[in-house]
Design a binder for this molecule. Structure first.
Ligand SMILES: Nc1ncnc2c1ncn2[C@@H]1O[C@H](COP(=O)(O)OP(=O)(O)OP(=O)(O)O)[C@@H](O)[C@H]1O
Length: 436
């Protein structure tokens, strides 16, 4: 959406929205939502927005409140938010969530909140959050303390996609500070709720907020603004870096997205790490430095070995000396798989196909295949001869008739069954490099 091109606020001391930004936001979004916790930041965001939009724009505005049930006051907050929305004449929507006991309740609450946001917004909806400069500084310090890279130093983005349905999340307050927000709240006589958990220094972020940042500000009074400028600069640099390295990576990747490992290992050691990280990040995943080093060790040399590197959101495997990022779970959709008149999409639907004694079974380890030249080949050797990617071997459809293996997908036929129709197309999320 093109409202991203304009800064959301004018430079005046008042919280005045940029009229071009506001007009294009409401023109482009089907619905604009404010994420309202009941706290001062989101209250000010909601109040300032409601005061500056036209009655027609207001018909597109809604508020969403997530009731985490963590505080004994959660019900009171919900009622408070509802009353504020009634007074502002804005549609109010609340959702209660139940948090599973976890090491970090803070994290659990955040995850549950974003899940509610994703589920509640439709394509073309925009969600506004009230994160400000202070929150940005806290995020960056938190990442620094736990270890981060260039991407982490970009901080919270001002705009990003929310889910994969086309909704988006916007933070219009990232360039203003808490004092400006509180100034506005005081001027307009707003009432808000204080989240007592924000004071609990047991939570690492609150420790930064309550102790570390105030202490730093005694020496560096503008440090939040400086961090905010830093994130903007790093964001521009990072976007450039991603775009330039995408060009280079496309030159050394094959049509199925596999990265040429011989090229990677020709690069000087430090650059190898860089390219690996870029490759992984461009597939929307990330690895720590230590994980990058393990991957580089694991895939060095020994092309005949079939290592598998498993990380939080996926796996890395090799095929014909190219590196592939694969999903952690193997999807069992092939679609469409056709045997004669029977057509199905899912492996379990196919497992037993009635009639003519036809069955689909699991990979018959140790099987011997009869080839058209009359020779036999073990299944394992045949896989290698035909360069079948390792990650596909256990998922291929093995077709049996009367307990005899007669076909493997559309890749092999028993010579007696040359006439058999067995079409098959692998799922796009699990690349099959030889099958074009
Ligand atoms: N329970 C909630 N329901 C809806 N939106 C929320 C909720 N909690 C947080 N948000 C949104 O996420 C933003 C950042 O939340 P965070 O908890 O980091 O800040 P906060 O200091 O609690 O903000 P606020 O003063 O608005 O409560 C909030 O400004 C608000 O827009």
């Amino acid at each position: 959406m093109s409202f991203q091109q304009h800064p959301p606020l004018t430079s005046s001391a008042e919280l005045e929205f940029n009229s071009v930004w506001l007009a294009s936001l409401f023109a482009q979004a089907d619905k604009v939502w404010v994420a309202y916790s009941g706290g001062v930041d989101s209250h000010v965001l909601l109040h300032a927005l409601a005061a500056q939009i036209t009655p027609e724009q207001k018909t597109k505005l809604s508020v969403i409140h997530v009731h985490h049930g963590l505080s004994p006051h959660a019900d009171t907050w919900l009622t408070h938010c509802e009353q504020v929305c009634q007074a502002l004449n804005v549609t109010f929507y609340a959702q209660k969530v139940t948090l599973k006991a976890q090491a970090s309740l803070e994290d659990a609450a955040r995850k549950a909140r974003y899940q509610v946001f994703e589920e509640s917004l439709s394509a073309n909806d925009v969600l506004l959050l009230a994160h400000h400069q202070g929150d940005q500084a806290e995020t960056v310090l938190f990442r620094l303390a736990r270890g981060t890279g260039t991407k982490g130093l970009t901080g919270m983005p001002a705009v990003r996609a929310l889910g994969d349905q086309g909704a988006c999340l916007v933070r219009p307050f990232l360039s203003i500070n808490k004092a400006q927000i509180e100034g506005y709240a005081g001027q307009h006589g707003l009432h808000w709720v204080e989240d007592e958990s924000n004071l609990n220094e047991r939570f690492s972020r609150n420790f930064l907020r309550q102790k570390v940042i105030p202490l730093m500000k005694t020496y560096f009074p503008n440090m939040e603004q400086s961090v905010s400028f830093m994130t903007q600069r790093v964001t521009t640099d990072y976007e450039m870096l991603v775009s330039l390295s995408a060009q280079q990576l496309s030159n050394v990747s094959n049509a199925d997205g596999g990265l040429d490992l011989s090229w990677l290992y020709q690069q000087p050691t430090l650059q190898r790490r860089f390219w690996l990280r870029q490759f992984i990040e461009q597939k929307n995943n990330s690895l720590t430095q230590a994980q990058c080093d393990s991957v580089l060790n694991m895939f060095a040399g020994g092309e005949d070995k079939q290592p598998e590197f498993v990380f939080a959101d996926g796996r890395l495997m090799r095929h014909q000396n190219a590196l592939y990022v694969l999903p952690s779970e193997c999807p069992v959709e092939y679609g469409p798989l056709v045997i004669g008149q029977v057509k199905a999409r899912r492996f379990d639907q196919l497992r037993l196909i009635q009639g003519e004694g036809v069955e689909l079974k699991a990979r018959p380890l140790g099987a011997k295949l009869l080839l058209s030249n009359g020779q036999t080949r073990s299944l394992k050797k045949w896989f290698n001869d035909h360069q079948i990617p390792v990650w596909w071997r256990e998922h291929l459809p093995y077709l049996f008739i009367q307990d005899e293996l007669v076909a493997i997908a559309s890749l092999w036929r028993h010579p007696d069954y040359g006439h058999l129709q067995f079409e098959w197309r692998p799922s796009a999320s699990l690349p099959f490099p030889n099958h074009h």
